[in-house]
Unconditional design. Structure first.
Length: 271
C-alpha cells in the first residue's frame, strides 16, 4: 500500500470541482427612539445592519455585509474582515447560523455562504458604506408568523421599506431553514439568511446569555427586560422576569437617577 506521502504526491485537487466560499454577517443592535416624555422609557427597536451593493450582481439592492474568503483565512476571519471593510463596524464575537449552499443561490456561479449572527452595542456603531458597498444603514426589524403560516420579514430605514415573505422548511437543533416566496428587494438569498439568524438570536435570548451583549456593563433591570422583549417580540410580566433573571445578575450598589424617575438600582452580569 502506498504511504500517505506517495498518495498526496499524486493527488490532484484540480480534478474535483470546488465552490467559492463566502461569509455573511447578520449584525443586530437594540436602538432606542428619542425620549419624548420623562414619564415613559423610550421604546426599543431591534435593528439590522445592511449594505447597499455598489456593483453587480444585485447592484443598488440591500444585502448583508459579507464577501469572499481569501487564501489563508478561516470563514470566521473572513466574516470579521468583510463586515469591517464594508461598514466600519467590528463585532466582538460571532455565532454560526448555518451554511447556505443551494446551487443557484448566486448568479455568479457555485458559491456557498457561511452565515453568522452578531450583537453590536451602541458604543460600537460607526457605520458607513466602504469597500464595494455604496452605503450602510441600520434597518428596524419586524419578523412575524402570519395566520397563513407564512413569515413576514419587514426592514425599514427612513423611507426605504423591504418586505420579504418566507415559508418554514425545517427546524432542527434550534435552527430553522426558510424558503423565500418574495425576497422583498433583498439581494441573493439574504431574506432566508436573515430569517434564520433571527430564529437563532431569539432562541439564544431565552437563556439570557445573549441579551447582556446589547447592554453596557451596568444596567437597570427594566432595560434588561426591554432588550429581551425586543428580541423575542413578546412581553413579560415584570415580577416574573425579575425571578427568571435573579441568578444571572448582581447589584452594583449604584443607582440611575433621571428626571421624573425614582432612582433605579444598577446591576451587572454575574460572573
Amino acid at each position: 500500500m502506498d504511504s500517505e506521502k506517495e498518495f498526496l504526491s499524486g493527488y490532484k485537487l484540480s480534478d474535483y470541482e470546488r465552490p467559492s466560499v463566502t461569509s455573511d454577517v447578520a449584525a443586530f443592535m437594540i436602538g432606542s427612539e428619542d425620549k419624548t416624555s420623562y414619564r415613559k422609557y423610550p421604546k426599543n427597536k431591534l435593528q439590522l445592519l445592511l449594505i447597499k451593493r455598489g456593483g453587480h450582481p444585485f447592484k443598488g439592492m440591500w444585502a448583508l455585509p459579507g464577501g469572499f474568503m481569501q487564501k489563508g483565512e478561516t470563514v470566521e476571519e473572513c466574516a470579521l474582515r468583510e463586515i469591517f471593510e464594508e461598514t466600519n463596524v467590528m463585532p466582538s464575537s460571532l455565532l454560526p447560523v448555518g451554511v447556505f449552499s443551494e446551487p443557484e443561490r448566486d448568479p455568479r456561479g457555485w458559491i456557498i455562504s457561511n452565515a453568522y449572527v452578531s450583537v453590536i452595542s451602541e458604543e460600537q456603531v460607526r457605520q458607513k458604506g466602504m469597500d464595494d458597498a455604496d452605503d450602510a444603514q441600520w434597518f428596524s426589524v419586524s419578523f412575524d408568523r402570519a395566520d397563513s403560516g407564512e413569515y413576514h420579514l419587514t426592514l425599514e430605514y427612513d423611507e426605504i421599506i423591504l418586505k420579504a415573505i418566507l415559508e418554514e422548511e425545517t427546524t432542527r437543533f434550534r435552527r430553522t431553514k426558510f424558503r423565500i416566496k418574495d425576497s422583498g428587494g433583498l439581494a441573493f438569498d439574504h431574506a432566508a439568511v436573515i430569517a434564520a439568524a433571527l430564529t437563532v438570536l431569539r432562541a439564544e435570548a431565552k437563556y439570557f446569555d445573549t441579551i447582556f451583549d446589547f447592554l453596557p456593563e451596568k444596567f437597570t433591570l427594566t432595560s434588561l427586560q426591554k432588550v429581551q422583549e425586543t428580541i423575542m417580540n413578546a412581553s413579560v410580566v415584570p415580577a416574573n422576569f425579575r425571578r427568571m433573571v435573579a441568578g444571572y445578575v448582581e447589584e452594583t450598589g449604584e443607582y440611575l437617577r433621571g428626571e421624573g424617575h425614582r432612582p433605579a438600582m444598577l446591576y451587572r452580569r454575574k460572573k
